[in-house]
Ligand binder design. Structure first.
Ligand code: UT7
Length: 325
C-alpha cells in the first residue's frame, strides 16, 4: 500500500506588537529616513507587520504555533516523532531551534533539526518531512516556519526595513493511506547569493561582516516571477494535474505584485490566491504556514481542497508543494 503524508493540523503565532505603515513612517522619520504608506502599499501591498519583543525568540513563536497545530490534529507532543524548523533567524548559532523547540514542547528523543533555505525554507522542510514519512520511519511530524526577521533589519535602509515581519506557522504532517502531498519540487542556485543575504558571521568572539539584511529588490523580483511559474508547472506535471485543479494558491508572502504576476501566468484569478502579506509583511520561512493557517481558520480553505504552496528566497532558492488538504 502506498504511504502518503497528509497535513492534519495547522497553527500559527504572531507576536502582539503590530506596526501599521503609519507606525513605520513615524519610527523611520525619527531616524531621518523618509517613507510613506502610499509607497509601501503601492509597491508591496503591505499595510502592517508584527515585531517580536526583546527576548522573544523564533522557538517561542514556534511553540505557540505547534501547540495550535497539535490541538487541531488531536495529537500530544509526545506522539511526534520528527520536528523540522525552517528558519534563518535561529535562537542561537547552535543548537538548532528545532532542538530548543522540542524541549519547550516538553518532549525528548525524536529527531529535531533546522532547515535553512530562507523564504523557501518551509517548502524545503515539508519536502524533507514528506520524504521521511513516505520512506516509512516517521508517522507524525511537526513542520514549522518561524522567524524574528526584525532582528536582521537595517532601519536606516528604507528599501528593506518596511518589508519584513516576525511570526510562525506550523503543520502536523501524518502518515496516511490517502494523499496528502501529491508532489514536491525544490531548487537552489548559489550564484545569486549576493542579491539577498545577511553577510555577517561569528568568528573569534566577534561578528565579522555586516549582520543586517541586504537585498537588490529588483533583481530578486525578476528572478522570483520566473522561477515561481516554472516550479508551479513542474509540480503540476509531476502530480499529473493542471492549474484548473488548484483550489488555492498559497505563495510566499513577499509582495502582492509578485503574487499577481504568478496568478496571471498560471491563469488563476486572485480570489483563489491566499493573501496575508497586507497584514503580516514578509515573514520569510513563516509566511506560507502562517497564510495557510489563517486561510484555514477563516474558512477559506476546506478539507479536500487542492493547494499549491510556493516559496522563493535567498540562496537563491525556490520550490513548491502540491497537496490535497
Ligand atoms: O522574501 C524573499 C523575496 N523577496 C522579494 O520577493 C522582494 C522582491 N522585490 C520587491 O518586492 C520590490 O523590488 C521592492 C518592494 C523591494 C522595491 O520595489 P520596486 O518597485 O522594485 O522599487 P525600486 O527599488 O525600483 O525603487 C523605486 C523608488 C526608488 O527611488 P528612485 O530611485 O526612483 O528615486 C527608491 O529609492 O522607490 C524608492 N524607495 C522608497 N520610497 C519610499 C525604495 N524604498 C522606499 C520606501 N519608501 N520604503
Amino acid at each position: 500500500m502506498t504511504r502518503y503524508a497528509r497535513i492534519t493540523g495547522t497553527g500559527s503565532c504572531l507576536p502582539p506588537r503590530r506596526l501599521s505603515n503609519a507606525d513605520m513612517v513615524s519610527m523611520l522619520a525619527a531616524r531621518g529616513v523618509e517613507t510613506s504608506d502610499d509607497w509601501i502599499v503601492e509597491r508591496t501591498g503591505i499595510r502592517a507587520r508584527h515585531f517580536a519583543a526583546d527576548g522573544v525568540y523564533a522557538s517561542d513563536l514556534a511553540v505557540q504555533a505547534c501547540l495550535q497545530a497539535l490541538e487541531a490534529s488531536a495529537l500530544n507532543a509526545s506522539e511526534i516523532d520528527l520536528i523540522i524548523v525552517a528558519t534563518s533567524t535561529p535562537d542561537m548559532v547552535f543548537p538548532s531551534t528545532a532542538a530548543i523547540l522540542q524541549h519547550k514542547l516538553g518532549v525528548a528523543g525524536c529527531p529535531a533539526f533546522d532547515v535553512q533555505a530562507v523564504c523557501s525554507g518551509f517548502i524545503y522542510a515539508l519536502t524533507v518531512a514528506d520524504a521521511m514519512i513516505r520512506a516509512g520511519g516517521v508517522r507524525n511530524a511537526l513542520v514549522v516556519g518561524s522567524e524574528v526577521f526584525s532582528r536582521l533589519l537595517d532601519f536606516n535602509d528604507r528599501t528593506t526595513c518596511v518589508l519584513f515581519g516576525d511570526g510562525a506557522g506550523a503543520v502536523v504532517l501524518q502518515a496516511s493511506e490517502t494523499p496528502g502531498i501529491l508532489a514536491t519540487d525544490i531548487h537552489a542556485d548559489g550564484k545569486h547569493t549576493g542579491i539577498l543575504c545577511v553577510p555577517g558571521h561569528v568568528s573569534g568572539g566577534q561578528i565579522l561582516g555586516d549582520p543586517l539584511l541586504k537585498m537588490d529588490g529588483q533583481a530578486v523580483f525578476k528572478l522570483a516571477v520566473g522561477v515561481l511559474e516554472d516550479t508551479a508547472r513542474t509540480v503540476l506535471d509531476k502530480a499529473g494535474r493542471t492549474t484548473a485543479d488548484i483550489d488555492w494558491l498559497i505563495p510566499h508572502q513577499a509582495n502582492i505584485r509578485i503574487m499577481q504576476s504568478t496568478a496571471r501566468k498560471l491563469k488563476l484569478p486572485m480570489d483563489r490566491v491566499v493573501v496575508t502579506v497586507d497584514q503580516h509583511g514578509n515573514t520569510s520561512a513563516a509566511s506560507i504556514p502562517l497564510a495557510l493557517d489563517h486561510a484555514m481558520r477563516q474558512g477559506q480553505i476546506k478539507k479536500g481542497d487542492t493547494l499549491m504552496l510556493e516559496g522563493v528566497g535567498g540562496g537563491f532558492t525556490w520550490g513548491s508543494v502540491l497537496l490535497d488538504f
